[in-house]
Design a protein around this ligand. Structure first.
Ligand code: COA
Length: 333
């Protein structure tokens, strides 16, 4: 069987125009800019406007057009849409199918939503890689898109400061003969013993939205911040170590580390544990907060478009999220 190497052919991203500052949040709950910056590194976040079609499918359509342009492809060249989303447009049809329509696609390509919370886009990576490598599909659109404002409780200062909306898209395809773009190694995991530390318990079959749920304010995200923090650092660092060992790549060879953008202190602690210099760590949590599974592909797109990530660069990416899921990917861009 002929095997291929997986290459990122194009990247694109979109964040809504509406900026919500820490001072804006402090008008509603008891908090302040300094506390938020010191504990999280977050200054602002973007909030989507459904009236401007900034639902997950709408944000994804805008980011996808940019990624397709960079890849020099048209929507109908895509064989599969892998759409990572935590709060989809609706339960079904899946958001990937809604995106297919919004992109005007007529090729009836395969459409699948992936939910691994903030790790979702990283979870999609080895799946896309396997399908490209083995020649099953030629072009896969990998979306990480989140409207976290849909689950954010603006009256809970423990969580509402953390999240923002946005989308990142990559178009995955085959490297040509002679190109050395590739996926070196990937790892995925989930520790369900910690699943209750980060959840949105209502809205599904277990607890449908009823009067009682609304009365108890259970329709929002809940979190045990410190437990998530500890698990995030430990898991991301050990996953990164594993990939480096498996692939024989040294930390010196890694040009950029793109961690999930949940909290600057988590990012610093992970880099510290890995012995990785902060100058080579991609950061956008200050501007966009935690955009869940969109955070890594948004940062990747920003860095590619700024020329910071060039062809041939080795890039390490790692994520964690509710589940508690986690994953990491080591690639040559
Ligand atoms: N503003 C001011 N004070 C706040 C606050 C806010 N927004 N949120 C919490 N506090 C208070 C707490 O009530 C607590 O007060 P107390 O000591 O009187 O009880 C105090 O600040 C310390 O709270 P604590 O939870 O210990 O703070 P922390 O240093 O752990 O920081 C987080 C809280 C949420 C920023 C931090 O735990 C975190 O980022 N965890 C990871 C969360 C995450 O990334 N989730 C998404 C994963 S994908």
């Amino acid at each position: 069987m002929k095997m291929f190497r997986t290459k990122i052919l194009g990247t694109g991203s979109f964040v809504p125009d509406k900026v919500l500052t820490n001072d804006d949040i402090a008008k509603r709950v008891e908090t302040n800019h300094q506390w938020i910056v010191e504990r999280t590194g977050i200054h602002t976040r973007r909030i989507s406007d459904p009236a401007k079609d900034e639902l997950p499918s709408g944000m994804a359509a805008k980011a996808a057009i940019r990624a397709l342009e960079m890849a020099n492809l048209t929507p109908n060249d895509i064989d599969l849409i892998l759409f990572s989303v935590t709060i989809p447009d609706m339960f079904f049809p899946n958001t990937a199918s809604v995106l297919q329509e919004k992109l005007g696609m007529t090729n009836n390509c395969a459409c699948l939503d992936v939910n691994a919370a903030c790790s979702g886009w990283i979870y999609a990576y080895p799946m896309a890689d396997a399908l490209i490598k083995t020649g099953v599909y030629k072009h896969i659109m990998m979306v990480g898109c989140e409207m976290t404002s849909g689950f954010n409780n603006w009256d809970d200062r423990n969580t509402c400061i953390l999240f923002g909306d946005g989308c990142g898209v990559t178009i995955m395809g085959r490297a040509s003969e002679g190109e050395d773009a590739q996926v070196y190694s990937t790892v995925l995991s989930s520790d369900s013993t910690k699943k209750d530390h980060l959840m949105l318990a209502a809205g599904g079959a277990a607890k449908p939205i009823r009067e009682e749920v609304l009365k108890n304010n259970e329709q929002w995200v809940t979190m045990n911040g410190q437990e998530v923090f500890k698990a995030a650092v430990k898991t991301m660092a050990s996953h990164c170590d594993k990939l480096l060992q498996e692939s024989g790549i040294t930390l010196d060879q890694v040009k950029w580390f793109i961690p999930h953008q949940a909290n600057l202190r988590i990012i610093e602690a992970t880099a510290n544990r890995l012995n990785f210099p902060m100058e080579k760590v991609a950061i956008n949590v200050d501007k966009y907060a935690n955009t869940s599974s969109a955070s890594i592909p948004i940062a990747l797109d920003d860095f590619v478009r700024d020329g910071k990530i060039q062809r041939g660069d080795i890039v390490l990416m790692a994520a964690f999220g509710a589940g508690l899921t986690s994953g990491a990917v080591l690639i040559k861009y």
